[in-house]
Ligand binder design. Structure first.
Ligand SMILES: NC(=O)C1=CN([C@@H]2O[C@H](COP(=O)(O)OP(=O)(O)OC[C@H]3O[C@@H](n4cnc5c(N)ncnc54)[C@H](OP(=O)(O)O)[C@@H]3O)[C@@H](O)[C@H]2O)C=CC1
Ligand SMILES: O=C(O)CCC(=O)C(=O)O
Length: 382
């Protein structure tokens, strides 16, 4: 199922549980603004290459829009739309004062040199600079982008608007980045997993973990599970897994499966074969609604993306706050606050699950959607 269809379906289900007015539902579903730009750059050999860049700004009722920028060959408007919408519910679940956005460029960063990536990032920034901003829309890294990408955006944006470190998060520390942001999504995944397992009378120690994707999120999550006595029995990146086929990892014998790469990897083709008892959605929308149904019938507990991977955007918020305060926090404080936010969101999700007698995905969706709906109603439409 297409990522947008799947995300809309989850939203509509949550809206029905909450009894939202249909006009409000429609207003929350339609993105605030969709930006599509042509990005042409000279390649290192002098030839011309043209890419398409997107920034979808989904909702700003609760604050400036926030979300990563992805460089990947499969980036398309529907996927970016879905990811932007997920950011709106995620920032609300995390109780941080932001809306949601997401961006991306359809390109293969592995096939571009550093100088080509820099030119592409600068051209994209030139095309969107007047639509992003510290109190408008604040990008961050996602798949295929990193702190260097953010440094180029910051530099290009600052040429138009003056030095503006808070316009992006996930920056290098030397440019105003936050201590702890690099590890934050993985650390948040760890805190979230710890909270879920505790609910089931279990702990990280001695549980077997299979991790798909070994980039920023997957590698940090694996490190934290390992350091706390978890057994990481399988990992994979795009080139393969440790002694197994790429897709076999998802159905590998383990207690906890942690997808940390692309969306839609758990679908009706493989869901029945999943052996894990717990799935921690560190990636965005890794589970198709059809797989959701199959897995829940099997009794698999799924911790949804809009909570499980919210550690990244939470520490992005701390970075933005530090930039605005002009004061740098110690890493201990960042991690302590991250744990506090993750625990508090878990408690709020559980309350929604009890109130509405629903699973964790709908607990998180109803929590996020309700907060955004309330903010929208309070602001009004005049
Ligand atoms: N970075 C962040 O702060 C946040 C990221 N996320 C989500 O987490 C996920 C991962 O993001 P991030 O770690 O930043 O991205 P990275 O680009 O750092 O890493 C992605 C990883 O996935 C691997 N990969 C790509 N395709 C496949 C595949 N088909 N099978 C197995 N592995 C694959 C890549 O392999 P290779 O290196 O070989 O290309 C790489 O190891 C995404 O869904 C993202 O949206 C969510 C919240 C915050
Ligand atoms: O750190 C951020 O602002 C956004 C992270 C992100 O893109 C995500 O949570 O999916």
């Amino acid at each position: 199922m297409n990522a947008l269809t799947a995300t809309n379906r989850n939203f509509r289900y949550a809206a029905r549980i909450l009894g939202l007015d249909s006009k409000l539902e429609r207003s929350l579903l339609i993105p605030f603004r969709e930006i599509k730009v042509e990005c042409s750059i000279p390649k290192d050999d002098g030839s011309l290459a043209t890419f398409v860049g997107f920034r979808i700004q989904h909702d700003n009722a609760r604050g400036p829009m926030k979300g990563g920028i992805r460089y990947h060959p499969e980036v398309d408007p529907d996927e970016v739309n879905a990811l932007a919408q997920l950011m709106t519910w995620k920032t609300a679940v995390a109780a941080i004062p932001y809306g949601g956005a997401k961006g991306g460029i359809g390109c293969n960063p592995r096939e571009l040199s550093m100088s080509e990536l820099e030119r592409l990032t600068r051209v994209f920034t030139q095309k969107i600079h007047d639509l992003i901003g510290i109190h408008r829309d604040v990008p961050a890294p996602d798949m295929g982008t990193n702190s260097q990408t953010m440094a180029w955006i910051l530099d290009e944006y600052s040429k138009f608007h003056g030095h503006s470190p808070a316009v992006v998060t996930g920056k290098p520390i030397d440019l105003g980045g936050s201590l702890g942001r690099e590890a934050a999504t993985g650390l948040g995944v760890f805190f979230a997993t710890e909270a879920l397992l505790a609910e089931h009378g279990k702990s990280i120690s001695n549980m077997k973990f299979a991790i798909q994707g070994f980039g920023n999120v997957g590698s940090w999550a694996a490190k934290f599970f390992h350091e706390h006595g978890g057994k990481v029995v399988a990992v994979s990146d795009i080139t393969g897994g440790n002694a197994m086929d790429l897709n076999d990892l998802l159905v590998h014998e383990c207690d906890v499966l942690v997808p940390c790469a692309l969306g839609g990897v758990l679908n009706k083709e493989n869901a029945a074969d999943v052996k894990a008892k717990f799935i921690i959605e560190a990636a965005n929308h890794p589970t198709d609604p059809e797989a959701d149904e199959i897995l829940s019938k099997k009794g698999v507990v799924i911790l949804p993306d809009i909570y499980a991977n919210s550690g990244g955007v939470t520490v992005s918020y701390f970075e933005w706050v530090q930039n605005i305060q002009g004061f740098m926090w110690e890493e201990e404080k960042v991690n302590h606050e991250l744990k506090r936010y993750m625990m508090s969101a878990f408690k709020d999700i559980k309350t929604m699950c009890q109130t509405h007698n629903c699973n964790l995905r709908m607990g998180a969706f109803t929590l996020g959607v309700n907060r955004v709906a309330q903010a929208t109603l309070l602001r009004g439409w005049e």
